[in-house]
Structures are given as C-alpha cells and as structure tokens.
Ligand binder design. Structure first.
Ligand SMILES: *[C@@H]1O[C@H](CO)[C@@H](O)[C@H](O)[C@H]1NC(C)=O
Ligand SMILES: *[C@@H]1O[C@H](CO)[C@@H](O)[C@H](O)[C@H]1NC(C)=O
Ligand SMILES: *[C@@H]1O[C@H](CO)[C@@H](O)[C@H](O)[C@H]1NC(C)=O
Ligand SMILES: *[C@@H]1O[C@H](CO)[C@@H](O)[C@H](O)[C@H]1NC(C)=O
Length: 579
C-alpha cells in the first residue's frame, strides 16, 4: 500500500540527490537521526515507536522502489506546491498518529460523544444503552459550535450563529435530531440545571429556558427583539430573563456556571451574583452564598431573581465554578471562596456534622497546603461538578527560613492541581477511593510538571488549559507546548501535535471512553477519537488522544479560528469543534 502510492515518486527538491539514494532510504536515515532526544525528552516514546514503524515501511518501500525504478527509468517529479504538500502529508500521517488527529480535526470538524445513551444524548439516532467509545453524532458533521453542554437526558449546544440547539429525551421523548429552539439572541455560553438551560448572550443577557419542548410551548412567552433587529417579534418559546439589578455603567454578565438548582453569574467588573435556576427546587444548601436566603425568606419579585453575593464585595472575582449543590469563586489575588453543600468535603473544609451546609462564602486556607515548604501559593482557577472541586495553584518559591542566600530556584513557579469532595468513584484523581475528602489533596499526575520551551529557551511549568467535571468523572486538558505549524515548506518529518487530555473518575456508563467499565482513580489517557483512521495507516492501539489547539484553518472554503474542546456531563462525554 505504501510502495504502490509513494515509492515511484522522487522528490528532487526535497532530497538533494535526485536519483539515488531513493528518498525512502534517505528518509528513514533522517528519521533515525532525528530520534536523538533533543529537548523534547518526554515525547521520545512516541517518536521511538513511530520510527520503528517507518523504518520498517521504508525497507518495504525501498524494494518497491527498486522494482518500479527498473521498469520506469524516468521518475515522476512533484512540481506543484499542492503535490509536495500531499506527499509530505501522507508521510506525516504515517509517521505520527498525533499529526493525523490534528488533520482530521480540521478536515472533518464535528462532535464525538460517548457514555450513557438512555436519554439519546450521545447517539440521538440509536437505541443502544451505552456508547462505549467516542462516536460521531452525524448531525454535527462539519458543524462548528460556540458551546456544548450535556446531561444524561438532554443536550444543548450553541451554533456558530448563536442559536440554541436541543436534543435528548428530556427535550422531547421522540427527539432523534437536535432542533433549533431559542434563536436570534447571539448566545455565547451555556449552563445546565436540573430542568432548565441557562444561556448567556454576547451582550450579557441571561436567558433561562425550560429543557422540555412541552414546557417551551405551554409557558408564558416574552416578546422582544433579536440582537439583529430591535423590532419586537413574539418569541415562540417560553423563557425567563435573569437580570441582575444595579449593574454599573459598562458592567455586564460575562461568565455563567450552573449546578442542579442554582446558577452563578460573574460580571465583567468581578462581581458575583447567584440565582435559582431550576423549576423544581429552590436552592436550599447554601449554594447561593446569601446567608439566610430560603424559599420562605426570599424577597418579593421573581423567585429566580439574581442576588448579589455581597460577602464578596471588594474582592475582584475572576473565576467561578459550580457543582451540583456547591459554588466556588476565585479572586484576582489568588484567593478562593467556597459555599454550599459540604457533605462530602466538596467545599475544601473537613466534614463537620454541625456545618454540612455553609451559606456564607468562606475563604479556603490554601497556605496550609504548602505549610513547611518555601512556597507561596495562589489559586489560578477553579472547576467543579457533581460533588467534586478542583483548584489549580501556582506556587512560587520564596526565601525560606533555613535559606542562606544565594538560593537555587528562587522565584520558580510550580503549577499544582488539588481536588476535594467525593472520592468513591475515583473522582479525586489522587489514586485513592476515599469517600469524603475535605482537605484538598494533590493530584500528583497533574502537579509539578515542567517542560522545555524552545521559543523562550527555558523550563516552564505545565499548567492545565481546562478541566471539565461531570457528575462523577473529569477530564483535564494539559497546556503542553503544542505544534500546528507543519506545512509544505517545513520538512516532511515536521509533524503536528496537540495537547494531552487525561480522564478519571466514574465509568458506570463508559463515560471515560476507555471502552471498559472500571472506574479510574488516576488520570489516564484514552485512544484517539478516530481509531479507524489510525488503523488505515497501519497503526494499532498504542496511541493516545490529543486535542487540537486553536488555529486559523480553512473549513468549507472559509477561514475559521477553531479549537477542539472536551465536555464532561452527567455520565456522558463529548469532544466538539469550538469557535
Ligand atoms: C527532521 O530531520 C532533520 C534532518 O535529519 C533533523 O535535523 C530535524 O531535527 C528533524 N526534525 C524533527 C522535528 O524531528
Ligand atoms: C418555534 O418555531 C419553530 C419554527 O418556526 C418550530 O420548529 C418550533 O417547534 C417552534 N417551537 C415551539 C415551542 O412551538
Ligand atoms: C505533555 O506533558 C505531559 C506531562 O509532563 C507529558 O507526559 C506529555 O508527554 C507531554 N505531551 C507532549 C505532546 O509534549
Ligand atoms: C465504580 O464505583 C462505584 C461507586 O463506588 C461502584 O458502585 C461501582 O461498582 C464501580 N464500578 C466498577 C466496575 O468497579
């Protein structure tokens, strides 16, 4: 297969010796010489593997070439840029699964999903109970999305134009295809509650839409303009607007995060609001962060009016997260505040029967996690889902007590990840199955990692670019150095590679994508999304899934700034092409 397509061609402008030796032999030598570890020490194992493969292929190709050469003395030469690119790309695809994964993500954007399918969310057209490994949802082939969020019984996505798509049995029991529901609002991001979808528009408006199609049809309708025209057009679906009062001039809601019954709204000025978000239950576990607020004590007006979390006034909030019944907020000075349900330690405080719920935002003493070390921690991000919380921390080496200058590594930053909450599914990611974890515990696999950055010639900490937390499982996307610059001008061994993604936690619905059902208590890799494409290139299952970072690429004859994103939901997972 290899020799038939490639061997009879010689590339004079790529190999300096046009006729002999045949490029395949030269190629394999070049590759072997490139196997020296250089700076990318940690990528060596992938390379070492692919080199064995290519050297093998090279040898067969050489025989093929010798035969072809004997029959046809005039070798075909590649002239056009396109031909050269095609030739190089073919080689790169054979050389590296990572390269092929990046390419496929650009050539055929779309949604891969897996996990529980009893709500027909991950495979809307199928009645299978589980989807055990990543599978495409054909509806989304070639479709780019602004956001996507999944629950076991319903899915929601925002199209590239800002309209809401919904599917799953909780939307409509006969739903087999995603349907457009709320349109013309220029939506940018979503949060899901138990039975409503909270959607944020680019202008900072917050819509609360019932999940169920029947409720959308029967509920009261607001008439209002779309973002394109101010002409009032009656909405044909029922929704509510969540409008924080007393926003300042130029201040708007910029980030939303939701739990089962509540939603947090962060504004562009670093203020935090919270509101009831489900039609079934008023938040009753302190997750709103308003001391004393219950259904009975709520103020006059809509039950879901946003309340400012006044305890946090004066702290500039930069990141928020919500689990089923709890909330987290990090400020720009690296502090983190938690409130809500602490029955499994998800607030980061040890369990106490007297304080199972904490309705006042409480400062987490993260310095204690570094006690006895010469490190000063600051929280750089928070994530949550189900009964788990995650904190990413930058810890800076400072002058310690025993230090007699000069010290080594002063000022060096280490990036760590901590978790707390429920561990019975392995969701803490620390290798243990603890029931209740109050004090945050370090996720070793995602902490203290460094790599060499060629562009700055320095050792840099590897941070996480994103953590997505479902109800029992989690995925972390590493912020590794990535490479998506291979083109017709760069050498044929210049292959692209994306960022690593690790998975752990509950696997009761095959939501980890491993193809097996056992829970995992340590972050692990999964196979590439498209194993068939790898098989076509003669590779077996040794490679791992990597995600394509943001890049301006051509999709359907237009330029789009595209990246892949992972989304973990309630027993379900997906990877989508995000704009
Ligand atoms: C590609 O091969 C060249 C020539 O042998 C070598 O110098 C270079 O380091 C290789 N590049 C990569 C990315 O392996
Ligand atoms: C709203 O209108 C669209 C088409 O105009 C239709 O497909 C959809 O079912 C309608 N929704 C409701 C809840 O009536
Ligand atoms: C990213 O970092 C992890 C952790 O150090 C490492 O195992 C992995 O090989 C790196 N990936 C790439 C593509 O460099
Ligand atoms: C995964 O964890 C849950 C909760 O501990 C347990 O009920 C289930 O049996 C575990 N699954 C497997 C395959 O061990």
């Amino acid at each position: 297969m290899f020799n038939a397509r490639v061997a009879p061609r010689v590339l004079p402008n790529l190999c300096n010796a046009p006729r002999s030796p045949p490029f395949t032999a030269l190629q394999s030598r070049q590759l072997s010489s490139s196997s020296a570890p250089k700076n990318h020490g940690r990528r060596v194992w992938i390379r070492a593997f692919s080199i064995g493969l290519v050297v093998g292929l090279g040898a067969t190709a050489f025989q093929g070439f010798a035969q072809a050469h004997a029959e046809a003395p005039e070798p075909i030469t590649l002239k056009t840029k396109k031909e050269i690119l095609t030739y190089k790309e073919d080689l790169r695809d054979r050389l590296s699964s990572q390269h092929l994964q990046v390419k496929r993500s650009w050539e055929s954007p779309g949604v891969y999903a897996w996990g529980s399918n009893t709500g027909r969310v991950v495979a809307p057209d199928s009645d299978e109970e589980f989807i055990k490994t990543p599978r495409r949802i054909p509806f989304f082939d070639g479709v780019l999305l602004r956001d996507l969020k999944l629950d076991r019984k319903f899915g929601a996505a925002i199209t590239e134009k800002g309209d809401l798509l919904q599917w799953g049995t909780a939307y409509s029991s006969d739903s087999r295809l995603p349907a457009l529901t709320l349109r013309g609002k220029d939506l940018v991001s979503l949060a899901l509650s138990r039975d409503r979808i909270i959607a944020l528009s680019s202008g900072g408006k917050v819509y609360s839409v019932p999940v169920s199609k029947a409720d959308q049809a029967s509920g009261p309708k607001i008439s209002g303009g779309t973002w394109i025209s101010l002409w009032p057009t009656p909405a044909n679906i029922s929704y509510r607007l969540l409008q924080p009062k007393e926003l300042q001039w130029g201040e708007k809601v910029s980030v939303i995060r939701g739990g089962l019954d509540h939603v947090l709204l962060m504004t562009s000025k670093g203020r935090l609001f919270s509101a009831a978000a489900s039609g079934e239950e008023f938040p009753s576990k302190g997750q709103l962060g308003i001391p004393g607020l219950t259904w009975n004590t709520r103020p006059a007006g809509p039950y879901d009016q946003p309340h400012e979390v006044t305890t946090l006034r004066g702290f500039h909030i930069v990141d928020i997260a919500a689990g089923d019944y709890h909330s987290l907020a990090a400020d720009r000075d690296g502090r983190v505040f938690t409130f809500g349900d602490n029955s499994l330690g998800q607030l980061g405080f040890d369990y106490s029967a007297e304080a199972i719920v904490i309705d006042t935002p409480s400062l987490l003493p993260i310095q204690r996690l570094y006690q006895g070390s010469d490190m000063t921690p600051r929280v750089t991000g928070v994530s949550a889902g189900g009964c788990n919380s995650f904190f990413t921390i930058d810890a800076t080496r400072v002058v310690g007590q025993g230090d007699d200058p000069p010290q080594r590594g002063l000022g060096r930053v280490t990036a760590d990840t901590f978790s707390c909450g429920q561990g019975i599914w392995g969701g803490l990611g620390n290798g243990r199955w603890t029931h209740v974890q109050g004090t945050p515990t370090k996720v070793k696999a995602l902490s203290g990692l460094f790599e060499w950055d060629e562009s700055t010639s320095s050792i840099v900490p590897i941070r996480l670019s994103r953590i997505s937390v479902g109800s029992t499982h989690t995925s972390a996307t590493m912020d590794n150095v990535t490479h998506v610059g291979a083109n017709a001008k760069t050498p044929e061994n210049d292959t692209n590679y994306g960022a690593d993604v690790l998975w752990w936690g509950g696997n009761e619905f095959y939501q980890l994508g491993t193809g097996k059902r056992n829970n995992l208590s340590s972050p692990s890799y999964i196979a590439p999304l498209d194993t068939d494409a790898d098989k076509e290139k003669g590779r077996r299952g040794e490679n791992r899934f990597q995600i394509t970072p943001r890049k301006l690429v051509r999709v359907n004859e237009r330029n789009v700034n595209l990246e892949q994103r992972v989304e973990c939901g309630r027993g379900v997972s997906a990877v989508y092409s995000g704009v």
